[in-house]
Design a protein around this ligand. Structure first.
Ligand code: 5CA
Ligand code: ZN
Length: 412
């Protein structure tokens, strides 16, 4: 699939330090230690509705990972998927009397525009589920042959993963089984499906139904892929047997990332699949998680159409820590607009406090688990001093602007 178009990222003097990042599996922040090349897989959209601020916040969080890694001199290999076939997409298309392919193409195109406007560095590979189906079918067959998967004997052709084939199942989310059982049906799982060995066994391959799209699956038979195997296979095929960061929103901790890790680890015999399972907090509106199913959405494209500066949207979404569940409010946007205007005035000042110190402090804040509130506070202090005329480094305003552009993705 086509990715979107990137912007030039300024090269900053010197180098940033290693990034420390939260890992859900170890329940703590640990240095990411990529050896020259850093690999990241981020779970992208299911394109049945426009990009909302929750998607944007998650994409911004992992864009910061990429920026900090690049600034530390690493080569970044980044893959993101599009779940361009899945139940929610088919249900929405059915509801609106629309072709599911047209719906997916339109919303994916809008997502690309939103990502460009928000200055998200594009992934190296932007990959759809549909184009990955032959690879996914191969891997599902491999799991069947290996005894880690089984086919239901009800004639549907549905294939499930046997979680007892993953002895470490649960290590990523750290959830007790009772909680897993509660969450599983809320996030696409089908614990009550007759014939499953364990209620938590996830679907790998859904056999063809008369009224649903399906693809040839070779020896598997016709059908379409399950959700977790989609991400496991795309990541394995494009990034290798283990990756540095598996990213997404915290609604994916279980079952999605638990199951895709279990699939990948069984397929490769290598664990852990990711050295960091990193999750962005949920953006809420009026006290609830912003979600397509609840319908309480603020769309990036709507704000753009209303002439809201995308840089203010980005800044507002970074004004709290990426891991915090946080609300989007009029005040968040107003504060971001005011700050952006102040920073723009400061960048036009004749001089400011030491640019080198500013850069070092912003680098230090971001390499500490992407502390954007800390980095923004550093920039505020610098801007206040520059605007008060309390400083005399004539090169600093330029470096201020370049630092914000390269590290925070904020173009003044
Ligand atoms: N296609 C799957 C991932 S493979 C999916 O979850 N799609 S999605 O469209 O529902 O979400 C896309 C990305 O945005 C995911 O990483 C998801 O975790 C994240 N996300 C969804 N809602 C929110 C929200 N309210 N706040 C923050 N991130 C969110
Ligand atoms: Zn995913």
């Amino acid at each position: 699939m086509e990715s979107w178009v990137g912007h030039e990222v300024p090269r900053l003097p010197g180098r940033g330090g290693p990034l420390t990042l939260f890992d859900a599996a170890r329940r703590g922040a640990h240095p990411s230690q990529p050896d020259g090349v850093a690999t990241m897989y981020v779970c992208g959209i299911t394109p049945y509705d426009a990009t909302h601020l929750g998607h944007a916040a998650t994409m911004i969080a992992f864009d910061l990972v990429q920026r900090v890694w690049r600034d530390a001199g690493l080569t970044v290999r980044y893959v993101q998927n599009v779940t361009d076939i899945d139940d929610p997409l088919l249900e929405r298309a059915e509801r609106d009397g629309e072709d599911w392919k047209v719906l997916a193409m339109r919303e994916t195109a809008l997502f690309r525009e939103d990502m460009e406007a928000l200055r998200i560095i594009p992934p190296e590979h932007y990959v759809g589920a549909v184009e990955s189906i032959p690879d996914i079918a191969d891997r599902v067959l491999a799991l069947l042959k290996d005894g880690a998967a089984y086919r239901l004997d009800d004639g549907t052709g549905d294939v499930y993963f046997d979680i007892s084939a993953a002895p470490e199942f649960g290590y990523e989310s750290n959830l007790p089984r009772a909680e897993m059982l509660e969450i599983f049906p809320e996030r696409g799982g089908d614990p009550d499906r007759a014939g499953k060995r364990d209620p938590l066994d996830p679907l790998l391959w859904r056999g063809a139904r008369a009224d649903e799209p399906s693809w040839p699956g070779g020896d598997l038979g016709p059908g379409r892929p399950g959700w977790h195997i989609e991400c496991a296979v795309i990541a394995l095929n494009l990034l290798g047997e283990s990756i540095d960061v598996q990213g997404g929103g915290n609604d994916l901790i279980f079952p999605h990332h638990e199951c895709s890790a279990a699939h990948a680890e069984r397929l490769t015999g290598r664990a852990p699949f990711a050295s960091h399972y990193t999750h962005a907090g949920m953006i809420g509106l009026n006290g609830e998680k912003m979600s397509k199913s609840k319908g309480n959405l603020v769309f990036v494209s709507r704000l753009r159409a209303d002439q809201v500066d995308p840089m203010a949207v980005r800044l507002g979404l970074m004004s709290d820590h990426y891991r915090a569940d946080r609300p989007w409010t009029d005040d968040v946007l107003a504060a971001a607009l005011e700050r952006l205007a102040r920073w723009r005035r400061a960048a036009a000042a004749p001089a400011g406090p030491s640019g080198a110190e500013l850069l070092a402090e912003v680098r230090a804040r971001l390499s500490d688990d992407l502390d954007t509130p800390g980095a923004i506070a550093v920039a505020d202090t610098w801007a206040d001093a520059a605007l008060a005329g309390r400083a005399d480094d004539p090169d600093a305003p330029h470096l201020f602007a370049e630092t914000l552009d390269a590290l925070l993705g904020i173009r003044l």
